[in-house]
Design a protein around this ligand. Structure first.
Ligand code: ASP
Length: 338
């Protein structure tokens, strides 16, 4: 039988580092991956790789680099059965979310992974992560038509994921959605949780509008801070990180500031600061005024998915604010529970 084929897209991050004789960490060239993970020589699928123009720490990730990753996959989409993106953990959940919105009608797995310790270190979690991510991207047992993150035995929906630990090997979690697969002795796939297989051909949309802001509420926040954010020149969209099930200060100054921004055409989205659970507009009086003035409640979306979705929708539907508002409260790629 013909072997399945996986393409690795290498972007950088801790996983791609090896220690030199003095103990310092350096990015390694991906053609040395077989030295770092010799087990891959025995795998039952073919692996090819491409590397981004610049290998980065993922704290330098940007929307143009999301486009570079997407184009690397799009160019080879018909030639491979699945894709593994090696990525730093810090912004992995943002990249996974952004890619999920870019790839409409995706029928093949795109699995992001990385590690907390570099591949070149003895206790690295990278070997396990990369081997499992490749197994999942190449498997004939299940086809996952999604952008996912594989980390420490779990496969997560990418746009539901959050980096939750800077210390532990289980660095990711999807608080509002179960994991899509679990790696034990076997990898058990929970196919009933996958997005449906698309019936239409793939479309890759590459525009992002970065004129957005995240406004995190805290007790004591005042008109100066809120006013300064909302007065950002060119601002198109704001995500308010609210309390609990979507609550915010009820003072006139706050609602009036939001109301004026909405009247100027700025789209305002309500996302909870809580890791688990959802915004429920009007559950408390403290969200009724926001609902009345047109703030969009975005259910149980993560902040990573919210900001990338806002940039994606603003970039692709710049003249249709009503369409954007409608889409912000609905699931495009499984990022919101409906
Ligand atoms: N700072 C690193 C990065 O995100 C951390 C990691 O890869 O785990 O690129």
């Amino acid at each position: 039988m013909k072997k399945n084929k996986v393409l690795i897209v290498y972007t950088g991050g801790t996983i791609g580092m090896v220690q030199d004789e003095n103990g310092s960490l350096h990015p390694f060239a991906l053609d040395r991956i077989y030295d770092a993970v010799p087990q891959l020589k025995a795998c039952s699928y073919d692996i090819d790789s491409v590397t981004l123009k610049d290998i980065i720490d993922s704290s330098d990730m940007t929307p143009p680099l999301w486009v570079e990753i997407a184009e690397a996959i799009e160019k080879e989409y018909d030639n491979y059965d699945g894709f593994v993106v090696l990525h730093g953990t810090d912004t992995m959940a943002y990249t996974a979310s952004a890619l999920s919105f870019m790839f409409k009608n995706q029928a093949k797995p795109i699995v992001l992974t990385g590690s907390q310790l570099p591949l070149g270190m003895l206790r690295s979690d990278g070997r396990e992560n990369i081997i499992c991510a490749l197994e999942i991207a190449s498997t004939r047992l299940a086809t996952i038509p999604e952008v996912c993150i594989f980390f420490e035995n779990h496969l997560y929906r990418g746009n539901r994921s959050t980096k939750q630990s800077a210390e532990n090997f289980d660095a990711f979690e999807t608080y509002n959605y179960p994991s899509l697969a679990k790696a034990g002795i076997n990898i058990s796939f929970r196919e009933h949780l996958f997005l449906p297989m698309p019936t239409q051909p793939l479309v890759v949309r590459k525009r992002f509008d970065t004129r957005v802001a995240i406004l995190k509420l805290f007790p004591g926040i005042g008109p100066d801070v809120v006013g300064a954010v909302l007065a950002t020149p060119g601002l198109q969209g704001v995500i308010i990180e609210t309390y609990g099930s979507g609550n915010a200060p009820t003072g006139r100054w706050f609602i009036d500031a939001l109301d004026a921004a909405i009247r100027r055409g700025i789209i305002v989205m309500n996302v909870t600061q809580c890791k688990a659970g959802a915004v429920k507009m009007r559950q408390y009086a403290a969200s009724c005024d926001m609902d009345r003035i047109g703030v969009v409640g975005a259910g149980d979306i993560t902040i990573e998915a919210a900001v990338t979705k806002m940039m994606y929708l603003l970039g692709n539907y710049p003249d249709d604010k009503e369409h954007i508002k409608q889409r912000l409260s609905q699931s495009l790629r499984g990022e919101i529970t409906e």
